[in-house]
Ligand binder design. Structure first.
Ligand code: WQD
Length: 323
């Protein structure tokens, strides 16, 4: 298939491009390079540089590339930022999705794979969460992802599109240093930044109803997330599908356990500071990945240590290179 990946120059997008190409797909990238980097892309990759919000541009790109499918990853994804600036998130994530879907209908592109998030669940869902668990997001970011899933469902029904939404849990790690996450909005890169500058990393709260009082999350290697896209896309090749899948390991890890894994991997015996709980945080968000395993045979292959090791190797390499 000819697959256009929006946000394909980003951390997760570039890993998805790599996995789809490895699976024999022909891949193009549409990116505005606001946070993505050309350094993550093979120079031979067809690139369409521009804004998702420019529907005429997106439609022209889909027609020019003769896309059979879109993998829509481009979005804003920082929970705290979404609370401070919801208009930015509704424009980029929801209006952006509207533009992608309108372009697909005009260009007769029949399939879409959407990057959704565990952030759709919120505190109402009890871990391990299934795809049928309650979805009551606790942030504007989570609401944008849930609204996009609703848009997918309605537009696909009206225009005979095949669609799948992949609800990523906490993504970490890197296949190669140049593909690494250069943002510092998530726990593991924040810990790396702190210990690399001799600062104690912060633990947001230790009085949650969990085994050690700190928040539990499902940390999944970015290569496993990328492989899940290849598996789902392959299944979409043949039939008119409409699916939602949890993309997680099914294993919960607490913040203190992540800190211990970072000490083990880096050899740095750092201290951490216990701070106030972060508003909006849920105590425990862990996937039940049974549905994708039983339907498509996909399961995660890396553990937390593997994710932390690959993330640290990438962080160290990028720090040495000054990039
Ligand atoms: C993880 C845990 C914090 C920083 C993400 C995003 C998004 C989504 C998955 C895809 C929390 C704690 C953090 C720190 C800490 N994935 N923490 N000290 O909040 O689970 O949200 O969910 O869409 O990436 O929505 O990820 O990495 O911010 O935090 O104690 O310095 O680490 O409280 O419990 P989160 P996170």
């Amino acid at each position: 298939m000819r697959v256009m990946v929006t946000g394909g120059a980003g951390y997760i997008g570039a890993h998805v491009v790599r996995a789809l190409r490895g699976d024999g797909q022909t891949v193009g990238v549409l990116d505005d390079f606001s946070t993505g980097s050309r350094a993550r892309l093979d120079p031979a990759t067809p690139v369409y540089a521009g804004s998702l919000l420019d529907t005429a541009f997106v439609e022209a790109a889909l027609r020019d590339f003769e896309a059979d499918a879109v993998v829509h990853i481009a979005a804003k994804k920082a929970v705290e930022e979404s609370v401070a600036d919801p208009l930015l998130y509704y424009r980029e994530n929801v209006t952006g999705m509207h533009s992608v879907l309108e372009s697909m209908v005009r260009a007769a592109t029949p399939r879409i794979l959407f990057s959704s998030s565990a952030a759709v669940y919120g505190p109402a869902a009890t871990s391990p969460v299934t795809e049928e668990s309650p979805t009551v997001p606790s942030s504007p970011y989570g609401w944008t992802k849930l609204m996009c899933e609703r848009m997918l469902c309605d537009v696909a029904a009206a225009h005979n599109l095949s669609w799948a939404a992949l609800r990523y849990f906490n993504v970490a790690g890197s296949a190669e240093p140049h593909l690494a996450d250069r943002g510092e909005t998530n726990l593991i890169p924040k810990v790396f930044r702190a210990i690399s500058t001799g600062v104690a990393p912060k633990v947001f709260g230790d009085t949650y109803p969990t085994r050690d009082g700190t928040c539990v999350r499902d940390y999944i290697h970015v290569c496993d997330v990328a492989d899940a896209h290849a598996a789902v896309l392959k299944q979409m090749g043949s039939d008119l599908s409409a699916s939602v899948y949890n993309i997680g390991t099914g294993t919960g890890t607490s913040v203190l356990e992540v800190m211990a894994a970072v000490r083990q991997v880096t050899g740095i015996d750092f201290h951490h500071d216990i701070c106030a709980a972060r508003p909006g945080d849920c105590a425990d968000v862990v996937a039940d990945p049974t549905k994708i395993r039983t339907r498509l045979g996909w399961r995660s292959r890396h553990d937390l240590k593997g994710a932390v090791e690959s993330a640290w190797q990438a962080w160290s390499a990028l720090s040495r290179s000054g990039s």
